[in-house]
Design a protein around this ligand. Structure first.
Ligand code: 3UK
Length: 523
């Protein structure tokens, strides 16, 4: 077999990664562990059972052989609407090993979202878990470009059972396109964000190892799901880089299910989002949970309010390391770190990345002023599939990436989050576009116009708030409010429905008819 190795220089930070000329990232993340004596070690642990590194490597090879036997050729996309389970690993790495491009999708989306992604990606293969069959099958029926091959994740085991557990990795390079993740924007459709083979090891070394000190003895539990770049790192690539163990939770992460998982599997590193920390804190007011196995907690997806950091530390004795990452950067690039935490800020730049805060004039702002955050680092996505304009706005050239966030630098060098440069909001760490919710609301026969803004709840976490002009003002009632809430819950991903409704006579608008959201936010 070819070399496929990574040489790491880490005498001084940032770590330097040197890739062999032929490089398939499945080799160091899957096969390497067998050479390093981890064949019998548990790679994945969940209520469905345990998977050793030897079993993982064999099933990844069998899955690669399955794809090859189905004539799925290198470069083709494989869409995955798959829950957090061992099959997720087999499909993701089996595809990569065969040169096929896996595209994990948010499992909370609806049929029309998936139909768009099927058509946009031109995927040859579509795989789904039974839990999502309703939306997935409706999407397949509605899609124009039907994938030639549709698989159910639960049937993977039976399909690969008789196949060879050997597979020669497709001879890609560090720069070859490896996998995509869809990222949503405030306008237009989600963007297929194209990542290369090199991007994964860059995040696992620069962030997981060098910032949080992840190591072989760690047990990783990510409440954030694998389909999210944050969860994909925490729950899969970090353990597979360090030779640690991944703990998977299949059902929805709630305070009860996450605490039960922590007590049962004793993770040493725990990864959540601010909304979940807030819910867990509320549940700790009446109950207890033994969190003593945890070394560090991590938060990302949206800003962690300083108050949640303090209350969590008081309740559990544990510190939460807040860091900002993005789908485009693949993982966290600015972070608080052990021994250097400034609550209410995102911390400092991760070694290996650079940041600049830019003013309207395209120049770096004066010290302490806020501006647009640009970052540069070796894990950033190559481009957006089929979207040259959006690629140009985000991937700025010279390796700089426009994050779309507004930041300021504090006096002692911590990055302070000041909001988005667009109207997008994060709800439970996942993107929500106000325009998408508004479009859903105006579908309702009683609604004339709708505007959505983000509003902080009692914990300081953002949720959608609706301002509605009804066709007939006399309809303004609690019944209408309930109807609209149900209408949104049915037609949108579940976290997107408005938590508050206001019925008004008109919406504030500019002379050109654009809704003035800032006026609604000030209410
Ligand atoms: C916001 C934050 C303040 C920010 C992500 C960790 O969230 C992730 O990726 P997405 O593409 O969203 C990126 C955007 O989310 N954001 C994320 N974390 C923070 N804002 N403080 C934070 N700690 O607007 C950013 O541009 O969904 C997070 C790792 C990988 C990821 N993909």
């Amino acid at each position: 077999m070819e070399d496929h190795s990574i040489r790491i220089e880490r005498e001084i930070l940032p770590s330097q990664l040197h890739f062999a000329p032929v490089f398939n990232v499945a080799v160091p993340f899957i096969d390497r562990h067998l050479q390093e004596g981890r064949a019998a070690k548990t790679a994945i642990r969940s209520d469905a059972g345990e998977v050793t590194y030897a079993q993982l490597a064999a099933n990844v090879n069998r899955t690669a052989n399955l794809l090859r036997s189905l004539e799925i050729v290198p470069g083709q996309r494989l869409l995955m609407v798959v829950k957090d389970c061992a099959e997720f690993f087999y499909l993701f790495w089996g595809a990569i090993k065969a040169g096929v491009v896996p595209v994990p999708l948010n499992t909370l989306l609806r049929a029309n979202d998936y139909a768009y992604m099927i058509d946009d990606s031109g995927a040859a293969t579509f795989v789904y878990s039974q839990e999502f069959a309703g939306e997935a099958e409706a999407a397949l029926a509605a899609a124009k470009a039907k994938p030639g091959c549709v698989l159910k994740a639960a049937e993977l085991g039976a399909k690969i059972a008789g196949l060879s557990d050997q597979f020669t990795p497709h001879p890609t390079s560090a720069e070859t396109e490896c996998f995509w993740l869809y990222s949503s924007g405030s306008t237009g459709r989600p963007k297929g964000t194209v990542h290369r083979h090199r991007d994964i090891p860059v995040t696992t070394q620069c962030y997981a190892v060098d910032v949080i000190g992840a190591k072989e003895s760690d047990i990783f539990f990510s409440a954030a799901k694998l389909f999210f770049a944050y969860g994909l790192g925490n729950g899969m690539t970090f353990p597979l880089w360090t030779g640690g163990t991944a703990v998977l939770l299949e059902p929805r992460p709630t305070p009860d299910s996450t605490f039960a998982t922590i007590v049962k599997y004793k993770p040493t590193l725990y990864f959540g989002v601010p909304t979940l920390y807030a819910a867990q804190l509320a549940s700790l007011e009446t109950g207890t949970a033994d969190l003593s196995s945890i070394r560090y907690c991590v938060s990302a997806g949206e800003a962690l309010p300083g108050d949640i950091f303090r209350r969590w530390k008081e309740a559990t004795g544990l510190e939460i390391l807040d860091g900002i990452g993005s789908t485009e950067a693949l993982h966290i690039f600015i972070s608080n770190r052990p021994g250097d935490i400034k609550p209410g800020t995102s911390g400092r730049i991760v070694p290996g990345y650079e940041a600049r805060i830019m003013g309207e004039d395209g120049q770096p702002v004066a010290a302490g002023d806020s501006g647009k955050l640009h970052i540069r680092g070796a894990s950033t996505a190559a481009y957006y599939w089929n979207q040259p304009e959006k690629t140009k706005d985000t991937m700025l050239g010279d390796g700089w990436l426009n994050t779309g966030d507004t930041y300021a630098m504090t006096e002692d060098g911590h990055f302070q989050y000041c909001g988005r440069s667009d109207d997008m909001m994060k709800v439970g760490g996942i993107w929500c576009s106000p325009f998408e919710i508004e479009a859903k609301l105006v579908e309702h026969p009683k609604v004339l116009e709708a505007a959505i803004v983000g509003r902080g709840d009692d914990d300081g976490l953002i949720k959608p708030e609706a301002w509605i002009v009804l066709k007939d003002q006399r309809d303004s009632s609690e019944t209408t409010e309930n109807d609209l809430r149900e209408h949104c819950k049915k037609g949108l991903a579940p976290y997107k429905y408005p938590r508050w409704f206001h019925f008004v006579e008109e919406l504030p608008k500019t002379a050109t008819g654009k809704i003035q959201r800032f006026k609604l936010r000030q209410h």
